[in-house]
Design a protein around this ligand. Structure first.
Ligand code: PLP
Length: 376
């Protein structure tokens, strides 16, 4: 079976981890510092904070965005416009922050939020907007920013935007990596992402002030970088979490970072092959490719007619395929927020993702295309 996802682990990682294990420091230490420096250079943004998962990053991002005074209060604190087509982690972070999700419909052309629907749903209750770059295809961030300009003119405030970049390591918008477009961006370094630290995540912040607060709140609210390294007798003005990364995960990240360009190149090469070969295949529609953005293709999405038959046919051909994320809005925990979402209905009827990662060989991808062209 050709897997849909697979761990991408450098052969140098075991030795790197072993050095940390015997170093006497396995918590947050010099490897995290070195990893963060490498990430700053790679993303091209000085304001980065590693965390122990993408989920932690999303919880903290929503806190930063919706509780600027640092009261840490729960209770009803307003709405977050969000997508129902994502991993539940993103929407649980909204509930955990005492916020209400308000669903934005999904655009079948991109599988991202439908920006027309988003514009209609901004109200004085909107505290933040959580977008996901689905499969690594960037949301049109310039258009989103324009919509927020208009909302600001009408409502007198500008909701914060949080970009969930869990699928989008290596993606670019207008030539620069995600995390450079004025919003809080959160990456996931979970096991089967393009780039893994075992488990882990990265917050990229738009300014030094938010970065300083993120770094404090990821470790109980204590400033580890203060002179004396945040001794526990220091006063803590704002409570925080235990979300920091440790040196074991950072050492895996440093080993994998050295190979990440090569890994992403292969994902893109496979995606380019599918773009060419499947453009006119019967029963299959490809998603949008805009010239100002480059997807990272964490998975390769297709809209197919006869989805159940397609999945059975591909499974019998030895190819693992899946929708990847189930719609979130019908879970019992999210039922109070149900609304009509015609774009999502269409997408879940047709969406299937096929394998595109580095492990997909030239023979594998030709086999996948042949299986699709044979019909189902
Ligand atoms: C879209 C999306 N958001 C958030 C997460 C959570 O990231 P993590 O597993 O690093 O907590 C994931 C996935 O694993 C994801 O796919």
């Amino acid at each position: 079976m050709i897997p849909l996802m697979k761990v991408q682990m450098s052969e140098a990682a075991p030795a790197a981890v072993s050095r940390v294990l015997t170093s006497g420091m396995v918590g947050q230490g010099p490897m995290v510092d070195e990893f963060e420096q490498a990430l700053r250079e790679r993303i091209g943004n000085p304001h980065v904070a590693t965390v122990n998962s993408g989920t932690s990053g999303l919880h903290l991002a929503l806190r930063l965005a919706t509780d600027p005074a640092g009261t840490g209060q729960n209770g009803d604190r307003g709405e977050v416009l969000t997508t129902p087509l994502t991993m539940v982690a993103a929407n649980w972070a909204i509930l955990a922050n005492g916020l209400r999700p308000k669903w934005v419909d999904v655009d079948p052309a991109t599988l991202n939020v439908d920006l027309d629907d988003l514009a209609r749903k901004i109200t004085p209750a909107t505290r933040a907007i959580l977008i996901v770059h689905f499969a690594g295809y960037p949301v049109d961030l310039a258009r989103l920013s324009g919509l927020l300009d208009e909302a600001e003119a009408v409502h007198g405030f500008r909701p914060a935007v949080i970009e969930d970049c869990a699928h989008a390591w290596g993606a670019t918008y207008r030539g620069s990596p995600l995390g450079n477009h004025g919003n809080i961006a959160v990456y996931s370094f979970q096991s089967v992402k393009h780039f893994t630290t075992g488990d882990g995540g990265l917050m990229v912040l738009p300014d030094a002030e938010l970065n300083e607060r993120a770094r404090r709140l990821r470790w109980f609210g204590i400033d580890r970088e203060a002179p004396g390294r945040g001794l526990t007798r220091d006063d803590i003005p704002e409570w925080g979490y235990k979300f920091h990364m440790n040196d074991i995960n950072a050492s895996i990240g440093l080993a994998n970072l050295a190979e990440t360009d090569e890994v992403i190149r292969r994902y893109r090469d496979n995606a380019g092959f599918y773009d060419r070969e499947l453009a006119s295949a019967d029963g299959v529609r490809l998603t949008e490719r805009a010239p100002d953005r480059q997807s990272s293709f964490w998975v390769y999405p297709l809209l197919v007619s006869g989805k159940d038959a397609f999945i059975k046919h591909m499974t019998e051909a030895g190819v693992m395929v899946s929708q990847v994320h189930e719609r979130n809005d019908q879970h019992t925990a999210l039922r109070p927020y149900l609304s009509l979402l015609p774009g999502l209905e269409k997408v879940v009827e047709q969406l299937v993702c096929i394998p595109v990662g580095r492990w997909v060989s030239d023979e594998d991808r030709a086999h996948i295309v042949d299986a699709i062209e044979a019909g189902w």
